[in-house]
Design a protein around this ligand. Structure first.
Ligand SMILES: NC(=O)C1=CN([C@@H]2O[C@H](COP(=O)(O)OP(=O)(O)OC[C@H]3O[C@@H](n4cnc5c(N)ncnc54)[C@H](O)[C@@H]3O)[C@@H](O)[C@H]2O)C=CC1
Ligand SMILES: O=C(O)CCC(=O)C(=O)O
Length: 436
């Protein structure tokens, strides 16, 4: 059963404030730097580049709730619509104690690029609340989610902006958001969020889609790098929805997952870790700590384990230049959003490490969210095999297109993905602004 079914489990996996990496720049600064790196490749569209450096709409909301003890608590929430040129906003909702406006702006910007790079008809958006959901009772969590949804209800909707799960949220959160939006509107609106439970118009395959996309990208990268999947050594940071599922798929394909880490433990086993057993442990205990199928190692040793694939699938700013200098991997496959800083990207490029960027590698989730949205509109639902086959086609063709541009322009895959995406977004922007 899904590791995301119970929000208390999701909350326990958040990692508290520890994920703020003081050695990394603010996420929005990283995003701006990534946009700047595309400037020389934009041709006449360059005159529109500032569009990408200014989120279109930024909503900050106060979310007051009555706590179970009768006191009133206030939380700060956000929904940022970075760009809507190519369609409605799309992107997840994060509940985490370290959420900031700066972070949500960057996450929304990465959604704009991701959706355009893959060719989905969406703009980019993201939202979040600065809260540790594990500190709330189920009732408090529900009241907070409902109040937040009502507050951002001003700007979301099936044809305006469609949230989905991210760190600290799950299918249950989406069910409550859908219900609140529908109550306020006076009619059921399944298409307002994706990542919903199947009973409410959710899509088969969405739960696994991000991890599946990560695995597919690794497989494609391995073809170019001549890395056989059988026996490939894999190291995964983050063992939630994305990291846990990716690790399971790597193992199922014959790879050897030799190290895994979450906010409670960093573990290694050169012989290969039994991933389903580790997932069952986390589902029961809320974290990897205590799992005896691998031995605890130091976090800094984790980053320099020799492997074929390194998969950061936790949070931003994890691969700094200092760590990039020490990694001993051939391919970094970014399950998380923004795990590699721009300066670390340069180090990895100089060291010949291939980086499959977040805006490609973790796009499987939003791709199946797109399928969910389409299915909700048509009220016609596909089988899991159909969904997985369509997901694979889209991921492989996006990978090939980005690889091609990288070869032609002699740039890293991230820059290639940004070139494709920024062209699409700015062309749409320019077309919408021109007289015939
Ligand atoms: N859920 C989705 O469909 C998508 C998620 N992502 C990105 O993937 C990343 C992970 O998201 P989910 O797996 O959904 O979240 P999750 O809440 O299911 O799991 C997060 C994992 O990261 C671990 N973690 C937190 N702080 C850590 C630290 N300091 N060191 C090591 N591990 C730490 C947690 O223990 C947990 O295992 C995020 O960057 C998210 O934005 C990207 C695309 C889609
Ligand atoms: O499924 C979605 O709509 C968004 C997923 C997401 O937040 C992401 O790709 O980072």
């Amino acid at each position: 059963m899904s590791m995301h079914d119970d929000n208390s489990g999701a909350s326990a996996r958040l990692g508290g404030l520890s994920y703020l990496n003081p050695a990394a720049p603010e996420p929005w600064a990283s995003f701006i730097e990534q946009i700047e790196r595309v400037r020389p490749y934009l041709g006449p569209l360059e005159r529109w580049i500032e569009t990408l450096k200014h989120p279109k709409r930024t909503l900050i909301v106060d979310v007051p709730i009555e706590r179970d003890d009768g006191t009133i608590a206030h939380f700060e929430g956000y929904r940022v619509q970075h760009n809507l040129s190519r369609g409605p906003g799309k992107g997840g909702i994060r509940f985490h104690p370290a959420v900031t406006l700066n972070e949500v702006m960057a996450l929304a910007g990465w959604m704009t690029v991701k959706n355009a790079a893959i060719g989905l008809p969406f703009g980019g958006a993201k939202g979040g609340i600065r809260v540790d959901p594990s500190s709330l009772s189920k009732g408090e969590l529900q009241r907070m989610t409902r109040r937040y949804t009502s507050e951002i209800g001003l700007i979301i909707g099936p044809d305006r902006d469609i949230p989905a799960p991210d760190v600290g949220t799950n299918a249950k959160t989406m069910a409550v958001m859908m219900d609140t939006f529908s109550m306020n509107r006076g009619g059921t609106a399944t298409g307002v969020v994706t990542g919903k439970p199947i009973a409410l118009g959710g899509s088969l395959g969405r739960q696994e889609a991000t991890g599946r996309g990560v695995y597919l990208c690794a497989r494609e990268a391995g073809k170019h790098q001549h890395i056989p999947m059988e026996g490939a050594r894999v190291v995964v940071q983050g063992f939630g929805n994305v990291g846990g599922i990716a690790a399971r798929l790597f193992r199922a394909a014959g790879a050897r997952v030799i190290a895994i880490a979450d906010h409670t433990a960093t573990l290694a086993n050169e012989a290969g870790i039994d991933i389903p057993a580790a997932q069952a442990w986390v589902a029961e205990h809320g974290g990897l700590a205590g799992f005896n199928g691998a031995a605890p190692i130091d976090i800094e040793d984790f980053w320099q384990l020799e492997c074929e694939y390194l998969v950061p699938a936790a949070l931003e700013g994890q691969i700094t230049p200092e760590r990039a200098n020490r990694v001993r991997t051939r391919v970094v496959v970014e399950g998380a959003n923004g795990p590699t800083t721009p300066a670390a990207d340069d180090v990895l490029r100089d060291r010949g490490v291939l980086v499959v960027p977040d805006v490609l590698a973790n796009a499987g989730g939003v791709t199946v969210s797109y399928f969910e949205w389409v299915q909700d509109f048509s009220s016609f639902f596909w089988t899991e095999d159909e969904i997985n086959a369509r997901l694979e086609r889209i991921m492989v063709s996006a990978y090939d297109a980005i690889w091609q541009v990288a070869q032609e322009k002699q740039v890293p895959l991230r820059t290639a993905a940004f070139i494709i995406a920024c062209h699409r977004v700015l062309e749409a922007r320019a077309e919408r602004g021109l007289y015939p």
